[in-house]
Ligand binder design. Structure first.
Ligand code: FEO
Ligand code: CA
Ligand code: CA
Length: 655
């Protein structure tokens, strides 16, 4: 749509990289899939047959058969909701969805109540932030009824937060209405929050006077650690050490480590930086590869560090995975450079067979890559503090998917292969600062926007959410695999060699191609058991519950294109029902679905509703005219991004 073309974008950062900015010649995932399944014309015929064959057929091609799940029937028994869109949220019958924390809710005893007409940065620093994405639950003493919630506040929507301001990131507006006070509120609404929560008499509540509660913002002092810390390219006017940076931005998904820390991932950091470097500037190529130069925020108008002409190294200090210890409200968060610098989606992990910690990392941009990081050291389950620097050394790998269903993890190690001084990499710091360019040279496989990636401890399978890629061209796909203009995305399932997540080889297959299976041209491959409510598009965040079942949150369905809002779907991955999806929860108009995260006993599911009331294409929305006033529905209150808790009425597992 035209609006997409002219907006510099704030919300559209999610859908950014219009053309993709990967200039390498590496194969796209579509090309690999096309090569692998080039006999897809065999599947022509009735849609149902095609759908079943495509799902089952892919599976038959797997080099490693699935583990002991034959004959397993449906594992989800909730009653599916109707797909659709209206002003509010909907959850499956027999479940409650309670609003736990809204944007602006005070999270300290002395914090002021929310008043959107009289908001200030000072108030916002004591209140819950905007646009929650990742939500993690860390039990206190192993409890599923009492723990710490760690929440990312990814980005802000100025048009919905501030009265009379409207959309500011249009080229013709160019942030004219943004004042320093408004920018300061935005910076305070970014970052994340740690809050203590407790379930009493069946109802979850914030513990407001908890010693654990804290806000992290775009100004919080953060330490830079790992191989890139202290490098000249990390030094700025304010920080001659190259080891201290203020703030984290655009923190999308994340992870919780076995030692109880929170990993929060900086995604579209490029949108915060103003200015353009001369083509012959030392950082010009680097910044171009990350799309820096089309700001979505006004911060560079008031702060020199967000203008790369004035502070050319500051952007090298963003795009990292941040580790935060939620048990110490004064702990300095750490940007772990060993994990690479990309538009990090998430960092969910699993302990390898030999005790190393392995995190799977998506780089969310069209034609960018899937990574993993394997720690050099082993997780020490007996001594929490012994794990505190585990993420500073190890090997970062990028994925190459072969046409025969095998795959290889290629190490991003300085001095190996093309990662040498001749190609501009003088040290491991250079490799990490320019992770994308290093991965280009290694020949990694170009993917359709890798979002969340989760490993399933029950089967060791790894699910890669590939949200969409509408810029994939016809000549990058096979005619029998009609996923050019991949509007609905797909999910790739990987199995590490020998079930060992530290292994350098894997096998893979397509778990499902998303979209409406009743529209033949879409080419979706949900099982024929999937109802008209059960299919989804644009997989984004996901979770594996303690029974090893996959839950998928979506971002990008909209009423106009699909007649349905985003939401949460449960997808069968094993046995005869594999590829069957069911609709569990849907968000109000304009929103996307984030979270999801389960308590260890699967009795509580945390969800986040991001940017409710935001415009869908072609329909402007603002503070005064939002698409909904969820969740308060009061004329004087704008919509408020919120975290919800879902529980079963009368108790029990979410199933
Ligand atoms: Fe912030 Fe890739 O989703
Ligand atoms: Ca996401
Ligand atoms: Ca998203």
């Amino acid at each position: 749509m035209n609006e997409h073309e002219i907006r510099l974008r704030a919300s559209d950062l999610e859908d950014s990289g219009d053309k993709g900015i990967n200039p390498s010649q590496n194969l796209t995932m579509g090309e690999v899939i096309a090569a692998r399944f080039n006999r897809r014309d065999l599947l022509k015929g009735s849609l149902a047959v095609a759908a079943i064959s495509a799902t089952v057929g892919n599976r038959a091609l797997a080099a490693n058969p699935p583990v002991a799940t034959k004959g397993r029937g449906a594992s989800f028994n909730f009653k599916e909701i109707e797909a659709g869109v209206d002003h509010t949220h909907h959850v499956a019958e027999g479940y409650d969805a309670q609003i736990l924390l809204r944007w602006g809710d005070p999270i300290f005893p002395d914090a002021p109540e929310f008043d959107p007409a009289a908001q200030s940065a000072e108030k916002q620093r004591r209140q819950f932030g905007y646009n929650s994405d990742f939500v993690g639950y860390i039990p206190l003493n192993g409890s599923s009824d009492h723990g710490l919630l760690v929440v990312n506040h990814e980005y802000t929507n100025e048009e919905l937060m501030f009265p009379g301001v409207g959309v500011q990131d249009m080229k013709d507006v160019n942030f004219a209405g943004m004042t320093k006070d408004l920018v300061d509120i935005e910076m305070a609404a970014h970052g994340g929050a740690v809050v203590e929560i407790k379930r009493q008499n069946g109802k979850w509540q914030l513990v407001k006077d908890s010693k654990y509660n804290r806000r992290i913002t775009a100004e919080t002092p953060i330490e830079i650690t790992g191989p890139a810390a202290g490098h000249d390219r990390m030094k700025t006017t304010a920080d001659a050490s190259g080891r201290k940076v203020n703030g984290m931005v655009n923190n999308c998904a994340g992870g919780v480590t076995p030692w109880g820390t929170w990993l929060s991932c900086e995604e579209n950091f490029n949108g915060y930086f103003w200015g353009k470097l001369a083509d012959d500037h030392a950082e010009a190529k680097n910044y171009k590869r990350y799309g820096i130069g089309s700001p979505a925020y006004a911060w560079g108008k008031f702060y020199d560090r967000f203008d790369i002409v004035k502070e050319p190294n500051e952007a090298n200090r963003f795009g990292w995975v941040v580790e935060i210890d939620p048990f110490d409200a004064n702990a300095v968060p750490k940007k772990r450079t060993a994990l690479g610098r990309t538009k990090h989606e998430g960092a969910a992990g699993i302990v390898s067979r030999d005790g190393h910690y392995v995190m799977y990392l998506g780089d969310d941009e069209r034609f960018d890559y899937v990574y993993k990081f394997v720690t050099a050291g082993k997780v020490d389950p007996a001594n929490r503090a012994a794990n505190f620097n585990l993420l500073d050394s190890g090997v970062l790998y990028v994925a190459k998917y072969n046409a025969d269903g095998t795959g290889t993890w290629l190490p991003l190690v300085h001095g190996q292969g093309p990662l040498t001084e001749a190609n501009g990499f003088k040290s491991q710091a250079d490799v990490l600062i320019e992770t994308r360019r290093a991965a280009d040279l290694l020949g990694a496989t170009k993917m359709d926007r890798p979002e969340d990636i989760e490993a399933n401890p029950a089967t060791n399978r790894v699910y890669v959410m590939l949200t969409n890629n509408t810029r994939r061209k016809d000549d990058q796909v096979d005619a029998a695999n009609p996923r050019a203009n991949n509007a609905f995305g797909h999910i790739v399932e990987m199995l590490p060699e020998g079930g060992d997540h530290a292994a350098k080889a894997f096998t893979w297959e397509v778990l499902v191609k998303c979209g409406d299976p009743s529209v033949a041209s879409v080419g979706a491959t949900f099982s024929s058991e999937t109802t008209k409510n059960g299919w989804f598009g644009m997989p984004d965040n996901c979770a594996v519950d303690s029974q090893g079942r996959l839950w998928i949150a979506t971002d990008g369905n909209n009423a106009k294109a699909t007649g349905r809002a985003d939401g949460l779907w449960a997808l069968e991955t094993e046995g005869e029902m594999r590829g069957t999806s069911k609709h569990f929860f849907r968000v109000p108009a304009g929103a996307e679905m984030c979270g999801p995260f389960f308590t260890p006993n699967d009795e509580t599911l945390f969800l986040a509703v991001q940017h409710p009331g935001e415009a869908e294409e072609g329909a402007p929305a603002s503070y005064d005219k939002p698409a909904t006033r969820w969740p308060d529905f009061k004329d004087n209150l704008p919509p408020r991004p919120s975290v919800l808790v879902v529980t079963k009425q009368g108790g029990g597992k979410i199933a």
